[in-house]
Design a protein around this ligand. Structure first.
Ligand code: SF4
Length: 507
C-alpha cells in the first residue's frame, strides 16, 4: 500500500473512531477523562489537531495486556460462559440483550459481556462473576471483574468497576457490593463499591464532561504533567501550552495549583516570574518554599538561563571513589534486568554492566553487583544516581534476594540523589527535570536518536523473544550512557559548587 493510501486510511479510521466516541460513553471515555479532561474533550471534536501516532511502546503494552487477559480468560474457559460470535457481528444493543439473557441463566463467570443503559452508555467488562443475593435475575446477581497486567489496583480500576456496577444496577436492579481485580501475580483483589462514593462522583463528572464535549463546549485548557508523555494529544497540547506560556510548563506544578494561579490572574510563566512572593503565598496551595521555587523556575524559563538558589553540595573531585549508578527494569517480567555502574577511582573510569540474560538471573546479577561495589563503600565514597528509582530498587532487590553481608545497607548510606541536589540548588530553563532533559541541556548526547527507558524495555523484551544479541548490546549502551549522563551532571554541579560567583545566587 502506498504511503498516501495508508495516510488516507488512517484519517478515515480516526474520523470513524471520533464519531463512535461521540455516539457512546464507554470505559475508554471514562479512562480518558481520568487521565485528563482535555484528552476526553479532544477525543470528541470532529475538527481539530490530529492525535500523535501510537508509539511502539504503547502498542506493545496494549497487546501485552490483551494477551494477558485472554490467557486468564482461557484458563477459566471451563467454568465460564462467553457470548459467542465476534463482537463486530452484532450491534451493542443486541450484545447487551444477549448478556442479560445469559445473566438470567446464571453461569458462574461470563466472558465478553456488554452492559448498556439506553443507547449511549455502554461498558465491556472483562468478565462478570456470579454472586449470591437477590436481584431482578433471581437468587443471584453479578459483579464486575477487571483483569490487569499489573501488580497493583489503580484509581482507574476502582472508578471503572464503579461505572460497571452502575450499569449492572440498570440490568439486574442491584448495585453489587464489590468488584474484583485480577492482577498479574495471580492475586484477586476484592474492591468494595458504593453508589455514593468519590468514584461514583467521578463517573458522573466524566459523563457530564462527555455530554459537554458532544454539545461543542470548548476544549478545556491543557495541563502539562507526567501523563502527557504517553497521551495521544501530547504534541497538540505542548504546542498550545507553549503558545499560552502556561504555568504548568514549570516542572512539578500541580493541576489545582495551576488552576488557582489562573484564577488569581497569574496566567503565564512570564507573569509568574514577575509576581511577588507574598502575593503567591496568598494563593491556596502555595507555601513560602513552593512560591520561591515557582518564581525561580518561571524566571529560568523566561530568561533561558539557570537561576541559582544555593551552591550545590556535590564534590566529585575528592580522592575517594565516585560511582554513578543506573538500573533498568522491565515491568512485564517484573525484573531489574540490568544494573550499570560507572566507577571512577584515581582519575580512571570504568563501566560495569550486570546484565540478566533472562529475568531469572536477577538474583545472580544482584549478588555480582554487590560483590563489585562492596570494597569501594568506605569513607567518603559517593554513589550518584538520579531520582528515587535506584534507592527503591536496592531495597526491593535486598528483600527479594537478600543482603547477607549488609552491603546493600551500606550502599544506601552512600547514595546521593542528584535530582534532589538539583532541586535544592538551581532552577533550570527546562520544562522537564528528567535526566534526559537536564543532561542534553548540558550538551550530553545519548547514542542513537531513539534512546529512552521505554526503548530499552522494548529491546529487552524483543531480546527475550528473538534471542538477537544486538538488542542486548543496545540495552547496555543505553544504560552506560545513563551512567555517563549522571557523571556529567555530577561534575557540572561539582564545578558550580566552587565556580559560581556569589552574586549569582538569589537567596
Ligand atoms: S497531552 Fe497532557 S494536557 Fe493534553 S490531553 Fe493529554 S494529558 Fe491532557
Amino acid at each position: 500500500m502506498t504511503t498516501a493510501r495508508r495516510a488516507s486510511r488512517s484519517v478515515r479510521a480516526e474520523f470513524k473512531s471520533r464519531r463512535a466516541r461521540r455516539d457512546r460513553f464507554d470505559d475508554q471515555a471514562l479512562y480518558s477523562f481520568m487521565t485528563c479532561p482535555t484528552a476526553l474533550a479532544r477525543d470528541l471534536v470532529q475538527v481539530g489537531p490530529d492525535p500523535d501516532p501510537t508509539s511502539l511502546f504503547d502498542q506493545i503494552l496494549a497487546s501485552d495486556s490483551a494477551r494477558f487477559r485472554s490467557k486468564l480468560l482461557d484458563y477459566s474457559r471451563a467454568t465460564s460462559t462467553g457470548l459467542g460470535g465476534t463482537r463486530r457481528a452484532v450491534t451493542p444493543a443486541e450484545r447487551a440483550r444477549q448478556t442479560r439473557l445469559l445473566m438470567l441463566r446464571g453461569p458462574a463467570l461470563i466472558r465478553s459481556a456488554l452492559l448498556a443503559r439506553g443507547n449511549h452508555l455502554i461498558s465491556r467488562p472483562h468478565a462478570l462473576v456470579a454472586c449470591r443475593g437477590r436481584s431482578n435475575l433471581g437468587d443471584h446477581h453479578y459483579a464486575p471483574v477487571v483483569i490487569k497486567n499489573r501488580l497493583h489496583v489503580s484509581a482507574e480500576d476502582r472508578t471503572g468497576l464503579t461505572y460497571q456496577a452502575l450499569l449492572l444496577l440498570t440490568v439486574q436492579g442491584r448495585f453489587p457490593e464489590s468488584g474484583q481485580v485480577s492482577l498479574r501475580d495471580g492475586s484477586q483483589v476484592t474492591v468494595g463499591l458504593e453508589r455514593s462514593s468519590p468514584d461514583s462522583r467521578r463517573v458522573k463528572q466524566a459523563l457530564q464532561a462527555w455530554l459537554d464535549g458532544r454539545r461543542g463546549s470548548p476544549v478545556p485548557r491543557p495541563f502539562g504533567c507526567a501523563r502527557c508523555g504517553s497521551c495521544r494529544w501530547n504534541r497538540a497540547c505542548q504546542e498550545e501550552l507553549r503558545k499560552l506560556d502556561d504555568p504548568s510548563l514549570i516542572p512539578g506544578m500541580k493541576r489545582k495549583v495551576r488552576d488557582n494561579l489562573l484564577q488569581a490572574g497569574v496566567s503565564t510563566c512570564h507573569a509568574l516570574a514577575e509576581t511577588e512572593q507574598a502575593k503567591l503565598v496568598a494563593i491556596p496551595g502555595i507555601g513560602k518554599k513552593l512560591a520561591a521555587t515557582f518564581i525561580s523556575s518561571a524566571r529560568a524559563l523566561s530568561s533561558g538561563k539557570p537561576v541559582w538558589l544555593n551552591r550545590p553540595d556535590v564534590n566529585t573531585s575528592i580522592d575517594e571513589p565516585s560511582l554513578f549508578l543506573d538500573f533498568e527494569s522491565e515491568s512485564s517480567v517484573d525484573a531489574d534486568y540490568l544494573i550499570g555502574v560507572l566507577i571512577r577511582t584515581e582519575g580512571q573510569e570504568r563501566y560495569f554492566p550486570f546484565l540478566a540474560r533472562e529475568p531469572g538471573e536477577e538474583g545472580a546479577i544482584w549478588r555480582a553487583f554487590l560483590k563489585q561495589v562492596s570494597p569501594l563503600l568506605t569513607g567518603g565514597t559517593k554513589v550518584y544516581h538520579y531520582h528515587s528509582y535506584e534507592a527503591a530498587a536496592i531495597r526491593r532487590l535486598s528483600s527479594r534476594h537478600g543482603d547477607p553481608e549488609g552491603v546493600a545497607e551500606r550502599l544506601l548510606g552512600h547514595l546521593v540523589d542528584l535530582r534532589r541536589v538539583l532541586r535544592d540548588s538551581v532552577a533550570l530553563p527546562l520544562e522537564s527535570n528528567s535526566l534526559k532533559s537536564v543532561a542534553r541541556w548540558l550538551g550530553f548526547n545519548w547514542t542513537g536518536d531513539d534512546a529512552s527507558a521505554k526503548a530499552s524495555m522494548i529491546w529487552y523484551r524483543s531480546w527475550l523473544e528473538s534471542g538477537d544479541e544486538s538488542l542486548l548490546r543496545d540495552c547496555v549502551v543505553y544504560n552506560r550512557d545513563d551512567c555517563l549522563a549522571t557523571a556529567v551532571l555530577a561534575d557540572w554541579l561539582s564545578a558550580m559548587r566552587t565556580g559560581l560567583p556569589r552574586e549569582e545566587i538569589r537567596r
